[in-house]
Design a protein around this ligand. Structure first.
Ligand SMILES: C[S@@+](CC[C@H](N)C(=O)[O-])C[C@H]1O[C@@H](n2cnc3c(N)ncnc32)[C@H](O)[C@@H]1O
Ligand SMILES: [Zn+2]
Length: 407
């Protein structure tokens, strides 16, 4: 078999995404009933819904390249048909080489074909190995990558150790997690097992998911004497995504571990607080507002989950490009940038109004009412009905009641 004739024995079609053309499985040919999930039915995985994820990955990688200001090497160890890695090589300036890999032989064949079709054979190499085995070859000095993008089925945790070892000091690690049922507390045991932290089924579970993944990354990196900074993250569609830079050194690891802690939540009155102490020793476990027993999430990451400067760089790159999803990307970036310094967790208006048996007002109105009372309040990309503010739960409920009684 030659690279130009991969003997692809299943229906395919050419799609355009970003600046590349890619041969992908023809999804319609693989679904028998409308409820079937086409991407996983095809012999090679391809999900058009992840275009937004890939667009943002291109922007974040370009932002990172601008910060380091030298040519970078990039690795995508779970690449499927190669669309993401090929986009990196084509759309990100300063990318010297990209290594893409997939355990599925048909995926690697398709990726090789796509690399050639896009004229990238000199800069993009395709492998067909297990991701951990593949990454292990790059875990030594001078072999490591500047950036690694882990985009798996479900959880990225099985690949964290080898990705951290294969990442250069100061490198960028991007992680997708699609296992939202464990991360959002539907399957708490699976979350504790995989991420080492307890989730909670709260209205802000998507933020908890990001913090659980970041916490898992921080503790895994710390074992290698490596510290992390989360420069960007988002929760979109059916997945979460984090981007973190690493810094070598035991001190850096100690500093990043200081960001670990717990979130305590009262399901009775919506009160929440954070603690960096072990709650069973330092905290009574009782809600300071209503006396009910608090539930805990964690240990998880209490540090920043996006950096304002990095967001600004991403936004700048977005403004230079014309993506199909440009408008949605613009909105997401504006929100994420505005919430970089806001308090941990958020209130969800519907949930509060439900509990108070009040009609749901417009979120903007609540923001204004909170501001008037001296509580800066912000929207969040995590939830269109979410409000980030340091207002106590009791106070926001009081403001809501007043607001609606004077309407
Ligand atoms: C979600 S898909 C990747 C999608 C791709 N990154 C994109 O942006 O379109 C996950 C891929 O991981 C591959 N995979 C699963 N287990 C693997 C392993 N142990 N080593 C390498 N690849 C693996 C699957 O074959 C699949 O193609
Ligand atoms: Zn309470």
């Amino acid at each position: 078999m030659t690279e130009t004739n991969p003997n692809i024995d299943f229906p395919t079609e050419i799609i355009e995404e970003g600046k590349v053309k890619i041969l992908v499985p023809k999804l319609k040919a693989f679904i028998k009933t409308p409820s079937e999930y086409a991407p996983s039915k095809a012999p090679v995985f391809y999900n058009p819904v992840m275009e937004l994820n890939r667009d943002l990955a291109v922007l974040a990688l370009q932002a990172y390249q601008r910060t380091v200001n030298h040519e970078i090497s990039v690795c995508e160890p779970l690449a499927s048909c190669g669309i993401r890695g090929i986009r990196f090589a084509t759309e990100v300036k300063g990318v010297q080489k990209v290594l893409i890999n997939d355990i599925n032989e048909k995926a690697s064949q398709l990726a090789r074909y796509n690399v050639q079709m896009n004229g990238l054979s000199k800069r993009v190499t395709v492998k067909n190995e297990d991701a951990n085995f593949f990454l292990a070859h790059y875990g030594a000095p001078r072999k490591r990558f500047d950036a690694i993008d882990i985009d798996p089925f479900g959880s990225p945790v099985p690949y964290l150790d080898s990705a951290i070892r294969a990442l250069r000091n100061g490198g960028l690690l991007a992680l997708t997690a699609t296992d939202m049922a464990p991360l959002c507390g539907v399957h708490p045991k699976a979350c504790i097992r995989k991420y080492g932290g307890k989730p909670l089924r709260t209205e802000y579970c998507h933020e908890l998911a990001v913090r659980l993944l970041a916490g898992c990354l921080a503790t895994t990196a710390a074992k290698h004497d490596i510290g992390i900074s989360v420069v960007f993250s988002h929760s979109t569609n059916h997945y979460i995504r984090i981007y973190a830079t690493t810094k070598y050194g035991a001190k850096k690891a100690d500093e990043s571990i200081k960001n670990m802690g717990y979130i305590l939540h009262c399901f009775n009155c919506f009160h929440r607080e954070t603690t960096k102490e072990h709650f069973t020793i330092e905290h009574s476990g009782k809600c300071s507002e209503c006396g009910s027993k608090m539930s805990t999430a964690g240990p998880l990451w209490l540090g920043k989950i996006s950096d304002a400067e990095f967001c600004q760089l991403i936004e700048k790159e977005a403004n230079k490009r014309k993506f199909k999803l440009g408008e949605r990307i613009g909105k997401i970036l504006t929100l994420i940038k505005s919430e970089t310094e806001t308090p941990i967790t958020y209130y969800v208006v519907d949930k509060l109004c439900d509990a108070l048996t009040l009609p749901v007002p417009a979120v903007k109105k609540i923001l204004n009412a909170l501001e008037k009372e001296g509580f800066p309040a912000f929207l969040t990309h995590f939830n269109p009905k979410g409000v980030k503010s340091n207002v106590p739960a009791m106070k926001i409920k009081e403001i809501l009641r007043e607001m609606l009684s004077t309407d």
